[in-house]
Design a binder for this molecule. Structure first.
Ligand code: ADP
Ligand code: MG
Length: 341
Protein backbone atom coordinates (compact mmCIF):
# COMPACT_ATOMS: atom_id res chain seq x y z
CA UNK A 1 0.00 0.00 0.00
CA UNK A 2 1.17 3.54 -0.65
CA UNK A 3 0.86 6.48 1.72
CA UNK A 4 -2.71 7.44 0.82
CA UNK A 5 -4.07 3.88 0.63
CA UNK A 6 -2.55 3.34 4.05
CA UNK A 7 -4.23 6.44 5.53
CA UNK A 8 -7.57 5.51 3.97
CA UNK A 9 -7.52 1.82 4.84
CA UNK A 10 -6.23 2.00 8.37
CA UNK A 11 -7.09 5.43 9.76
CA UNK A 12 -9.76 7.24 7.75
CA UNK A 13 -12.24 4.39 7.48
CA UNK A 14 -11.82 3.54 11.18
CA UNK A 15 -11.79 7.11 12.48
CA UNK A 16 -15.44 7.02 13.56
CA UNK A 17 -14.63 4.08 15.89
CA UNK A 18 -12.50 6.39 18.02
CA UNK A 19 -15.14 9.03 18.56
CA UNK A 20 -18.55 9.20 20.14
CA UNK A 21 -19.04 12.90 19.54
CA UNK A 22 -18.22 13.13 15.85
CA UNK A 23 -20.54 16.13 15.49
CA UNK A 24 -17.78 18.27 17.07
CA UNK A 25 -15.56 17.39 14.13
CA UNK A 26 -16.29 19.84 11.33
CA UNK A 27 -13.49 18.47 9.18
CA UNK A 28 -11.63 15.24 9.91
CA UNK A 29 -9.01 13.19 8.08
CA UNK A 30 -8.46 14.09 4.46
CA UNK A 31 -7.90 17.84 4.29
CA UNK A 32 -4.85 20.04 4.94
CA UNK A 33 -5.88 20.49 8.57
CA UNK A 34 -8.65 19.28 10.84
CA UNK A 35 -11.28 21.63 12.22
CA UNK A 36 -13.21 20.98 15.41
CA UNK A 37 -15.85 23.02 17.14
CA UNK A 38 -15.05 24.29 20.64
CA UNK A 39 -18.06 26.20 21.83
CA UNK A 40 -18.45 29.18 19.53
CA UNK A 41 -14.91 28.85 18.22
CA UNK A 42 -13.27 26.61 15.67
CA UNK A 43 -10.00 24.97 16.52
CA UNK A 44 -7.74 24.10 13.55
CA UNK A 45 -5.01 21.44 13.92
CA UNK A 46 -2.32 20.28 11.49
CA UNK A 47 0.77 18.17 11.99
CA UNK A 48 3.79 17.47 9.78
CA UNK A 49 7.00 15.52 10.29
CA UNK A 50 10.42 16.02 8.74
CA UNK A 51 12.73 13.00 8.83
CA UNK A 52 16.45 13.24 8.21
CA UNK A 53 17.47 11.82 4.81
CA UNK A 54 13.81 11.71 3.73
CA UNK A 55 12.62 15.31 3.97
CA UNK A 56 16.01 16.97 4.15
CA UNK A 57 19.57 15.80 3.45
CA UNK A 58 21.63 14.70 6.45
CA UNK A 59 23.93 17.69 5.88
CA UNK A 60 21.09 20.18 6.48
CA UNK A 61 21.91 22.82 9.04
CA UNK A 62 19.75 23.04 12.19
CA UNK A 63 18.60 26.54 11.21
CA UNK A 64 17.49 25.24 7.81
CA UNK A 65 15.55 22.34 9.32
CA UNK A 66 13.85 24.73 11.73
CA UNK A 67 12.65 27.18 9.09
CA UNK A 68 11.46 24.34 6.88
CA UNK A 69 9.44 22.56 9.56
CA UNK A 70 7.66 25.81 10.47
CA UNK A 71 6.91 26.72 6.85
CA UNK A 72 5.63 23.25 5.94
CA UNK A 73 3.21 23.23 8.85
CA UNK A 74 1.97 26.75 8.41
CA UNK A 75 1.37 26.09 4.73
CA UNK A 76 -1.42 23.69 5.71
CA UNK A 77 -2.96 26.53 7.72
CA UNK A 78 -2.67 28.79 4.70
CA UNK A 79 -4.57 26.26 2.63
CA UNK A 80 -7.45 26.43 5.15
CA UNK A 81 -7.43 30.21 5.48
CA UNK A 82 -6.79 29.59 9.18
CA UNK A 83 -4.86 31.61 11.76
CA UNK A 84 -2.14 29.74 13.69
CA UNK A 85 -1.66 30.43 17.43
CA UNK A 86 0.14 27.55 19.19
CA UNK A 87 2.53 24.69 18.40
CA UNK A 88 3.94 21.58 20.04
CA UNK A 89 7.27 20.08 19.00
CA UNK A 90 8.12 16.41 19.00
CA UNK A 91 11.86 16.02 18.63
CA UNK A 92 13.72 12.77 18.18
CA UNK A 93 17.52 12.95 17.92
CA UNK A 94 20.40 10.45 18.12
CA UNK A 95 22.36 12.34 20.80
CA UNK A 96 22.34 15.62 22.66
CA UNK A 97 24.36 17.89 20.44
CA UNK A 98 24.05 21.17 22.31
CA UNK A 99 25.41 23.31 19.54
CA UNK A 100 22.83 21.84 17.19
CA UNK A 101 20.07 22.30 19.77
CA UNK A 102 20.97 25.93 20.41
CA UNK A 103 20.90 26.78 16.72
CA UNK A 104 17.75 24.76 16.02
CA UNK A 105 15.72 26.04 18.97
CA UNK A 106 16.76 29.65 18.41
CA UNK A 107 15.66 29.61 14.77
CA UNK A 108 12.53 27.59 15.45
CA UNK A 109 11.33 30.00 18.14
CA UNK A 110 12.22 33.02 16.03
CA UNK A 111 10.35 31.59 13.02
CA UNK A 112 7.29 30.77 15.11
CA UNK A 113 7.35 34.23 16.66
CA UNK A 114 7.41 35.81 13.21
CA UNK A 115 4.00 34.23 12.65
CA UNK A 116 2.74 34.92 16.18
CA UNK A 117 2.83 31.25 17.10
CA UNK A 118 3.78 30.19 20.63
CA UNK A 119 5.50 26.90 21.45
CA UNK A 120 3.42 25.38 24.25
CA UNK A 121 4.72 21.81 24.59
CA UNK A 122 6.20 18.79 22.92
CA UNK A 123 8.16 15.60 23.48
CA UNK A 124 11.88 14.76 23.33
CA UNK A 125 13.22 11.28 22.64
CA UNK A 126 16.39 9.53 21.49
CA UNK A 127 16.32 8.06 18.00
CA UNK A 128 17.00 8.96 14.36
CA UNK A 129 16.65 12.70 13.72
CA UNK A 130 12.99 13.47 13.21
CA UNK A 131 11.09 16.69 13.86
CA UNK A 132 7.36 16.78 14.15
CA UNK A 133 5.41 19.96 14.65
CA UNK A 134 1.73 20.23 15.48
CA UNK A 135 0.18 23.61 14.94
CA UNK A 136 -3.11 24.70 16.46
CA UNK A 137 -5.08 27.79 15.71
CA UNK A 138 -8.48 28.97 14.62
CA UNK A 139 -10.68 29.58 11.70
CA UNK A 140 -12.46 32.89 12.09
CA UNK A 141 -14.95 32.92 9.28
CA UNK A 142 -17.92 30.71 8.52
CA UNK A 143 -16.76 29.90 5.01
CA UNK A 144 -14.10 27.22 5.26
CA UNK A 145 -11.45 26.79 2.63
CA UNK A 146 -11.55 23.04 2.09
CA UNK A 147 -10.44 20.61 -0.58
CA UNK A 148 -14.00 19.48 -1.29
CA UNK A 149 -15.58 22.81 -2.26
CA UNK A 150 -14.72 23.06 -5.98
CA UNK A 151 -17.75 23.59 -8.26
CA UNK A 152 -18.08 22.69 -11.92
CA UNK A 153 -17.33 25.82 -13.95
CA UNK A 154 -14.93 27.29 -11.38
CA UNK A 155 -11.63 28.76 -12.55
CA UNK A 156 -8.50 27.08 -11.21
CA UNK A 157 -5.90 29.46 -9.79
CA UNK A 158 -2.31 29.06 -8.69
CA UNK A 159 -0.25 31.43 -6.55
CA UNK A 160 3.21 32.36 -7.82
CA UNK A 161 5.28 29.52 -9.26
CA UNK A 162 5.76 25.80 -8.84
CA UNK A 163 8.97 23.95 -9.62
CA UNK A 164 11.13 26.10 -7.37
CA UNK A 165 11.03 23.64 -4.48
CA UNK A 166 12.42 20.90 -6.72
CA UNK A 167 14.97 23.28 -8.20
CA UNK A 168 15.96 24.26 -4.67
CA UNK A 169 16.35 20.63 -3.65
CA UNK A 170 18.47 19.90 -6.75
CA UNK A 171 20.69 22.83 -5.80
CA UNK A 172 20.89 21.68 -2.16
CA UNK A 173 21.80 18.13 -3.19
CA UNK A 174 24.54 19.40 -5.46
CA UNK A 175 26.22 21.18 -2.52
CA UNK A 176 28.84 23.65 -3.66
CA UNK A 177 28.86 22.07 -7.08
CA UNK A 178 26.34 22.75 -9.78
CA UNK A 179 23.01 20.99 -10.09
CA UNK A 180 23.38 17.91 -12.26
CA UNK A 181 21.07 19.23 -14.94
CA UNK A 182 22.26 22.75 -15.01
CA UNK A 183 22.61 24.38 -18.37
CA UNK A 184 24.09 27.71 -17.33
CA UNK A 185 26.25 28.83 -14.45
CA UNK A 186 24.19 30.20 -11.58
CA UNK A 187 25.08 33.51 -9.99
CA UNK A 188 25.64 33.46 -6.24
CA UNK A 189 22.34 35.26 -5.82
CA UNK A 190 20.48 32.67 -7.91
CA UNK A 191 22.08 29.83 -5.97
CA UNK A 192 21.08 31.23 -2.60
CA UNK A 193 17.59 32.06 -3.90
CA UNK A 194 17.19 28.38 -4.81
CA UNK A 195 18.48 27.07 -1.49
CA UNK A 196 16.00 29.38 0.29
CA UNK A 197 13.17 28.01 -1.85
CA UNK A 198 13.81 24.62 -0.31
CA UNK A 199 14.62 25.58 3.27
CA UNK A 200 12.56 28.71 3.71
CA UNK A 201 9.44 28.49 1.58
CA UNK A 202 6.96 31.22 2.45
CA UNK A 203 3.64 29.85 3.67
CA UNK A 204 0.83 31.80 2.00
CA UNK A 205 -0.98 32.51 5.27
CA UNK A 206 -2.29 35.98 4.44
CA UNK A 207 -3.35 34.97 0.97
CA UNK A 208 -5.25 31.98 2.38
CA UNK A 209 -7.10 34.18 4.86
CA UNK A 210 -7.98 36.68 2.12
CA UNK A 211 -9.33 33.87 -0.05
CA UNK A 212 -12.08 33.12 2.47
CA UNK A 213 -15.32 34.15 0.81
CA UNK A 214 -13.66 34.31 -2.61
CA UNK A 215 -12.34 30.80 -3.27
CA UNK A 216 -14.51 27.68 -3.16
CA UNK A 217 -11.71 25.16 -2.53
CA UNK A 218 -8.00 25.23 -1.80
CA UNK A 219 -5.02 22.98 -1.19
CA UNK A 220 -1.33 23.71 -0.68
CA UNK A 221 1.23 22.18 -2.98
CA UNK A 222 3.53 19.97 -0.96
CA UNK A 223 3.63 16.90 -3.20
CA UNK A 224 3.55 18.43 -6.69
CA UNK A 225 0.97 20.41 -8.70
CA UNK A 226 -0.62 17.42 -10.48
CA UNK A 227 -0.74 15.32 -7.32
CA UNK A 228 -2.43 18.05 -5.30
CA UNK A 229 -4.80 18.82 -8.19
CA UNK A 230 -5.80 15.18 -8.07
CA UNK A 231 -6.46 15.35 -4.30
CA UNK A 232 -8.64 18.42 -4.80
CA UNK A 233 -10.50 16.79 -7.72
CA UNK A 234 -11.10 13.60 -5.74
CA UNK A 235 -12.44 15.42 -2.69
CA UNK A 236 -14.63 17.70 -4.82
CA UNK A 237 -15.76 14.82 -7.07
CA UNK A 238 -14.92 16.68 -10.26
CA UNK A 239 -12.21 16.92 -12.91
CA UNK A 240 -9.52 19.58 -12.93
CA UNK A 241 -8.57 20.60 -16.45
CA UNK A 242 -5.28 22.48 -16.53
CA UNK A 243 -3.98 24.43 -19.53
CA UNK A 244 -0.25 23.91 -19.63
CA UNK A 245 0.48 27.20 -21.49
CA UNK A 246 -1.26 29.11 -18.67
CA UNK A 247 0.93 27.59 -15.97
CA UNK A 248 3.62 30.16 -15.15
CA UNK A 249 7.28 29.27 -15.63
CA UNK A 250 9.78 30.97 -13.34
CA UNK A 251 12.70 32.22 -15.47
CA UNK A 252 15.32 30.53 -13.29
CA UNK A 253 13.95 27.10 -14.26
CA UNK A 254 14.96 27.55 -17.86
CA UNK A 255 18.52 28.35 -16.81
CA UNK A 256 18.60 25.10 -14.83
CA UNK A 257 16.68 22.61 -16.87
CA UNK A 258 15.82 21.57 -20.38
CA UNK A 259 12.13 21.74 -21.41
CA UNK A 260 11.26 18.25 -20.18
CA UNK A 261 12.97 18.65 -16.82
CA UNK A 262 11.43 22.07 -16.40
CA UNK A 263 7.87 20.75 -16.81
CA UNK A 264 8.65 17.77 -14.64
CA UNK A 265 9.65 20.20 -11.87
CA UNK A 266 6.64 22.49 -12.39
CA UNK A 267 4.04 19.74 -12.58
CA UNK A 268 5.43 17.09 -10.28
CA UNK A 269 8.28 18.56 -8.28
CA UNK A 270 6.62 19.33 -4.97
CA UNK A 271 7.89 21.27 -1.93
CA UNK A 272 6.47 24.46 -3.38
CA UNK A 273 3.94 25.40 -0.70
CA UNK A 274 1.97 27.57 -3.07
CA UNK A 275 -1.83 27.53 -3.05
CA UNK A 276 -3.94 25.85 -5.71
CA UNK A 277 -7.53 27.04 -5.45
CA UNK A 278 -10.77 27.32 -7.36
CA UNK A 279 -13.17 30.24 -7.55
CA UNK A 280 -16.25 31.06 -9.56
CA UNK A 281 -15.78 33.04 -12.76
CA UNK A 282 -17.31 36.18 -11.23
CA UNK A 283 -14.39 36.38 -8.77
CA UNK A 284 -11.83 37.10 -11.51
CA UNK A 285 -11.70 40.82 -10.85
CA UNK A 286 -11.51 40.34 -7.09
CA UNK A 287 -8.60 37.92 -7.53
CA UNK A 288 -6.73 40.12 -9.99
CA UNK A 289 -7.13 43.04 -7.57
CA UNK A 290 -5.99 40.88 -4.65
CA UNK A 291 -2.95 39.77 -6.63
CA UNK A 292 -1.95 43.39 -7.22
CA UNK A 293 -2.64 44.42 -3.64
CA UNK A 294 -0.63 41.57 -2.13
CA UNK A 295 2.06 41.56 -4.84
CA UNK A 296 1.60 37.80 -5.29
CA UNK A 297 1.16 36.61 -8.86
CA UNK A 298 -2.10 34.69 -9.22
CA UNK A 299 -2.49 32.76 -12.48
CA UNK A 300 -5.70 31.31 -13.88
CA UNK A 301 -4.52 27.92 -15.07
CA UNK A 302 -7.65 25.94 -15.90
CA UNK A 303 -11.21 25.12 -15.05
CA UNK A 304 -13.22 22.65 -13.03
CA UNK A 305 -15.20 20.17 -15.12
CA UNK A 306 -17.78 17.51 -14.43
CA UNK A 307 -16.43 14.14 -13.37
CA UNK A 308 -16.40 11.72 -16.29
CA UNK A 309 -17.04 8.27 -14.86
CA UNK A 310 -15.98 6.47 -18.03
CA UNK A 311 -12.56 8.00 -18.40
CA UNK A 312 -11.85 8.27 -14.70
CA UNK A 313 -9.03 10.81 -15.08
CA UNK A 314 -9.26 13.38 -12.32
CA UNK A 315 -6.70 15.76 -13.78
CA UNK A 316 -6.47 16.61 -17.47
CA UNK A 317 -3.55 18.58 -18.85
CA UNK A 318 -4.03 20.36 -22.18
CA UNK A 319 -1.37 21.68 -24.55
CA UNK A 320 -1.61 24.97 -26.50
CA UNK A 321 -3.84 23.32 -29.12
CA UNK A 322 -6.19 21.92 -26.50
CA UNK A 323 -4.91 18.36 -26.91
CA UNK A 324 -4.61 16.28 -23.82
CA UNK A 325 -1.06 15.55 -22.62
CA UNK A 326 -0.54 12.10 -21.21
CA UNK A 327 -0.04 11.90 -17.46
CA UNK A 328 1.34 8.58 -16.31
CA UNK A 329 4.33 7.05 -14.64
CA UNK A 330 6.42 7.42 -17.81
CA UNK A 331 5.62 11.00 -18.76
CA UNK A 332 4.68 12.91 -15.65
CA UNK A 333 4.90 11.11 -12.37
CA UNK A 334 2.22 12.79 -10.38
CA UNK A 335 4.06 13.48 -7.20
CA UNK A 336 5.90 12.24 -4.20
CA UNK A 337 4.49 9.18 -2.45
CA UNK A 338 5.88 7.65 0.70
CA UNK A 339 5.89 3.80 0.60
CA UNK A 340 5.64 3.77 -3.19
CA UNK A 341 7.59 0.56 -3.77
P1 ADP B 1 -0.66 17.34 3.85
O1 ADP B 1 0.25 17.01 2.69
O2 ADP B 1 -1.59 18.47 3.55
O3 ADP B 1 0.09 17.53 5.16
P2 ADP B 1 -1.17 14.55 3.87
O4 ADP B 1 -1.17 14.25 2.44
O5 ADP B 1 0.09 14.31 4.65
O6 ADP B 1 -1.60 16.08 4.06
O7 ADP B 1 -2.33 13.77 4.61
C1 ADP B 1 -3.61 13.64 4.02
C2 ADP B 1 -4.65 13.58 5.14
O8 ADP B 1 -4.51 12.39 5.91
C3 ADP B 1 -4.56 14.74 6.13
O9 ADP B 1 -5.89 15.11 6.47
C4 ADP B 1 -3.86 14.11 7.31
O10 ADP B 1 -4.22 14.76 8.52
C5 ADP B 1 -4.35 12.68 7.29
N1 ADP B 1 -3.41 11.70 7.87
C6 ADP B 1 -2.15 11.43 7.45
N2 ADP B 1 -1.59 10.44 8.17
C7 ADP B 1 -2.50 10.09 9.10
C8 ADP B 1 -2.52 9.13 10.16
N3 ADP B 1 -1.48 8.33 10.39
N4 ADP B 1 -3.64 9.05 10.92
C9 ADP B 1 -4.70 9.87 10.69
N5 ADP B 1 -4.75 10.76 9.71
C10 ADP B 1 -3.68 10.89 8.91
MG1 MG C 1 -1.34 20.30 2.74
Amino acid sequence: VNEFELINNYFKSNASLASSSASDVLLGIGDDAAIVRLGERRLVVATDTLNSAVHFPVEAKPEQIATRVVAVNLSDFAAMGAIPHWATLSLSMPNTDEQWLAAFSHTLLKSLLAYDVQLIGGDTTQGPLSISLTVMGESKKDNLLVRSGACVGDDIWLSAYTGLGKAGLDKVLSGNGLPKNKLKKLTEQEASFLVDQFYQPVPRLQLGQRLLGIANAAIDISDGLLAEAEHLATQSQCVLTLNQPSIPVHPILSTLYNQDQQWQAILCGGDDYELLFTASVDQRKALNDLSKEMCIPLARIGQVDKADNQQGDKVILLDQLGRSIEINEKSYQKGYLHFNA
